[in-house]
Design a protein around this ligand. Structure first.
Ligand code: FMN
Length: 330
């Protein structure tokens, strides 16, 4: 059985890829992921805030040193001499590259252009095989149009594309008025793929403290179905790679996404719950299910139940309870 696939121009031995999380900070865990069959890994994100805060703190420290040391300030290390979040991240890329045989995808998380071009270049130089950009911007200004918000994404991508030669994937949220249009624009502007969808903390209100409290995202089946619809709809309309992240717990879930048209299926929460070794179980389940259904390869099944491939295209379009009830009532 041929379970190889292609993602962001990379040849992968199978479609299972652990998604961005702090699990990739541990060499022991990434070795276990590779041994269990992971086809590539996506590193935890380097956050824009992480770097800018550190930058501010280090600059403050250096200013204080300059004030107290006066003319002796040439002995003081420059900002570049400090090991910061970026340095640690670059070292981790190098460690991962020398430890693993599978591709290593670095991840940047931020919303502004400042610094990302430079950082993107550094990640490439450190050996990253591709770059995932997790751009999450909450539009809170009623004067800002949807087109302007989308333009942020395409501009950031375009700038980075001009300065970095490794493939770039955009990890998107589902909060856009036309996902196919945005994804097409990203493809035109040089994205090698998209990963659907990123999850966020949502604000909740505590009635004990009367404070706004951040609530972590949940990995649920509902999340999975949202992603399945959009992968199926995008499959025949765009040529870039389609990755899916959110809710996958077993081989059966992975198979559904591949049938809808995904090139890779990313795993996160399940690996925290069951351990990195569990990826092997999911891979086995996928192969068993493929065998039962008579599929010899991923390429044979990929997209075979996508929006364009099914007889009833409306199955992916239907959004109203009323239709559902009427159809069932007939
Ligand atoms: C503990 C934890 C840390 C995460 N860190 C990152 C991160 O650094 N960057 C990122 O893009 N996504 C991050 N994610 C999101 C995951 O990569 C993934 O997209 C999301 O959890 C949905 O997949 P799942 O349902 O399989 O968990 C994190 C998720 C978890 C649970």
């Amino acid at each position: 059985m041929d379970i190889s696939t292609q993602y962001l121009g990379l040849d992968l031995k199978n479609p299972l890829v652990p998604s961005a999380s702090p699990m990739m900070k541990s060499l022991d865990s990434v070795r276990k992921l590779e041994d269990a069959g992971a086809a590539a890994i996506i590193m935890h994100s380097l956050f824009e805030e992480e770097i800018s805060h550190e930058h501010e703190e280090v600059m403050l420290l250096m200013e204080q040193q300059e004030l107290s040391h006066g003319e002796g300030s040439h002995f003081i290390p420059t900002y570049e001499d400090y090991a910061n979040g970026l340095d640690a991240y670059l070292e981790q890329i190098q460690r991962l590259k020398s430890t693993l045989e599978i591709p290593v995808i670095a991840s940047l998380n931020g919303i502004s252009l400042d610094g990302w071009i430079d950082n993107g270049r550094k990640l490439e130089e450190a050996g990253a095989d591709a770059l995932e950009l997790n751009v999450f911007f909450i539009a809170t200004d009623s004067n800002q149009s949807g087109a302007e918000v989308e333009d942020r994404y395409t501009s950031l991508l375009r700038e980075l594309r001009e300065n970095v030669s490794i493939p770039i994937c955009m990890k998107l949220s589902s909060h856009f008025s036309s996902i196919p249009h945005l994804v097409k624009q990203l493809e035109i502007n040089g994205a090698a793929g998209v990963s659907l969808f990123n999850c966020f903390y949502q604000p909740d209100i505590s009635t004990d403290t009367l404070q706004v409290i951040p609530t972590p995202p949940s990995s649920s089946e509902t999340n999975m179905l949202l992603r399945m619809r959009w992968i199926a709809i995008l499959y025949s309309q765009v040529g870039l790679s389609l990755g899916v992240t959110g809710g996958v717990k077993n081989g059966n879930d992975a198979l559904k996404f591949l049938l809808a048209g995904a090139d890779v299926v990313q795993l996160c929460t399940i690996l925290f719950e069951k351990g990195p070794e569990y990826l092997a179980q999911i891979l086995t389940e996928l192969k068993v299910k493929m065998e039962q259904l008579g599929f010899d390869s991923i390429s044979e099944l990929k997209g075979s139940i996508s929006h364009n491939a099914v007889k009833d295209r409306q199955a992916f379009e239907r959004a109203q309870y009323f239709r559902h009830l009427t159809v069932r009532g007939r």
